[in-house]
Design a protein around this ligand. Structure first.
Ligand code: HEM
Length: 411
């Protein structure tokens, strides 16, 4: 791949894509950026996606929606096209609530993500990364996604939740399912084995929550249980849902971020050479990968009243999709937006969201990304694509997207 991340589509093609914006189109999945460029060329579009929905892509318009939870609610009613936002039934979680419920959820997790905790994480993440790298045989072709990117965030999250290492295997299928979930089409039923496993994982976390009540530790479950028991404001269902959102929100996203960062570096030799010379630039490489290929491309809000975004009238009580994947390449905000530039400053991408729902896991994800890139390059001085002509295949949906595999060699 060149220093430019993707080719430009022709202007005539662009206007067609804009008019017919269709996230179900296989062409969209193959190259969403062509659609995004079309969307970025004008004000928000309104399309039928189960329900007539507004699609917001320009950076300024995205900020307007994400910063205004009063007009753009995170409580998404169940209606055609919004089924996937109801995977926990009516049980609440921070993502899909508004204040004051949302504020209560954030308070429950605040102590687990306090700056002092985050700083203390670094040696742990370093040790986990070292352990995983030590297991990779660089003398043969290996898939970074399977052997490293998916594993590091799983180790990390089990640690954060206080899941004992001996129970680690219990969570592996959860991560695999989270990748399956991300690929489900809107309205598709959940796979039967997912439901069966869901019951088992529910029982497992129920037991862990009981244990933590009897013998609290310094993990996310103990902290949330303590806040729960003191404040008496969160139900067991909500606590379980919080744990699930944390696991499902943390693992596939962080895995996709790590794979994208490594992919962009290995396909942009000048940028790779810069990081090899100055490992402190690894943090910038992670930010640029997050901007170019965000693990979460799109989020949804629901208008509480008739309002206006980017000059377009939005009807009351209608879905509003915010495409961070497009806003991150808005030429009005990011000069030369398709170019991979690890020293880009500022790099205020929207990949962790914005406003009150800004990702609670951004700090640990960034620590993992930076250490993963630095230590991988250090451990494998000859790291490269196994096949220089290899083309990436993406898994996921319009909402979440990441590399399916990343075959590498290091010999
Ligand atoms: C590269 C990795 C990650 C990315 C790209 C990412 C992305 C996002 C985005 C875009 C949102 C906001 C969604 C919205 O406004 O609708 C969000 C929220 C959230 N993220 Fe992350 N995330 C990542 C890692 C993590 C990690 C490591 C954790 C937990 C340890 C986590 C837990 C959450 C939770 C609980 C929320 C809901 C926050 C709220 O609604 O107030 N995420 N994430």
């Amino acid at each position: 791949m060149s220093e430019h991340a993707s080719p430009m589509a022709s202007p005539a093609g662009l206007s067609g894509l804009r008019r017919n914006f269709d996230p179900g189109d296989p062409g969209f999945h193959a190259d969403p950026q062509a659609y995004y460029r079309a969307l970025l060329a004008g004000p928000p579009v309104q399309v039928e996606m189960g329900t007539l929905s507004t699609v917001v892509s320009r950076y300024g318009d995205a900020l307007q929606v994400l910063r205004d939870p009063k007009r753009f609610s995170s409580v998404i009613p169940l209606q055609p096209g919004t089924e996937r936002f109801h995977m926990f039934g009516d049980v609440k979680n921070p993502l899909w609530t508004d204040p004051p419920e949302h504020t209560r959820f954030r308070r429950l997790t605040a102590s687990s993500f306090a700056p002092r905790k985050m700083a203390a994480l670094e040696p742990r993440v370093r040790a986990m990364t070292g352990k995983l790298l030590g297991r990779i045989d660089g003398g043969r072709e290996f898939d970074l996604v399977a052997e490293f990117s998916k594993r590091l965030p799983l180790y990390f999250i089990t640690d954060l939740l206080g899941v004992p290492e001996s129970d680690f295997d219990t969570l592996v299928p959860l991560v695999e399912f989270s990748f399956v979930l991300n690929q489900l089409k809107p309205g598709a039923p959940l796979p039967a084995d997912f439901l069966e496993y869901g019951a088992r994982i529910r029982a497992y976390f129920g037991g862990l929550m009981d244990q933590r009540r009897r013998r609290p530790g310094d993990d996310l479950i103990s902290n949330a249980v303590a806040a729960h028991d003191v404040e008496g404001k969160i139900s067991d269902d909500e606590l379980f849902s919080l744990v699930m959102v944390t696991v499902l929100g943390a693992v596939p996203t962080t895995a996709d971020m790590i794979s994208a960062a490594v992919y962009h570096l290995l396909t942009n030799p000048a940028q790779l050479a810069m990081v090899r010379r100055d490992p402190a630039l690894a943090a910038g490489a992670v930010e640029e990968a997050l901007r170019l290929d965000p693990p979460v491309h799109t989020t949804i809000r629901f208008s509480t009243q008739e309002c206006e975004v980017g000059g377009v009238r939005v009807a009351a009580r209608s879905p509003v999709y915010v495409i961070m994947g497009a806003a991150n390449r808005d030429p009005a905000h990011f000069p030369d937006p398709d170019r991979c530039e690890i020293t880009r400053n500022p790099n205020d991408h929207l990949s962790f969201g914005e406003g009150i729902h800004f990702c609670i896991g951004a700090a640990p994800a960034r620590i993992q990304g930076r250490l993963a890139v630095t230590m991988l390059l250090e451990h494998f001085p000859r790291l490269r694509l196994a096949d220089p002509h290899w083309r990436p295949v993406f898994k996921g949906s319009t909402m979440a997207r990441g590399l399916n595999a990343l075959p590498l060699r290091a010999d």
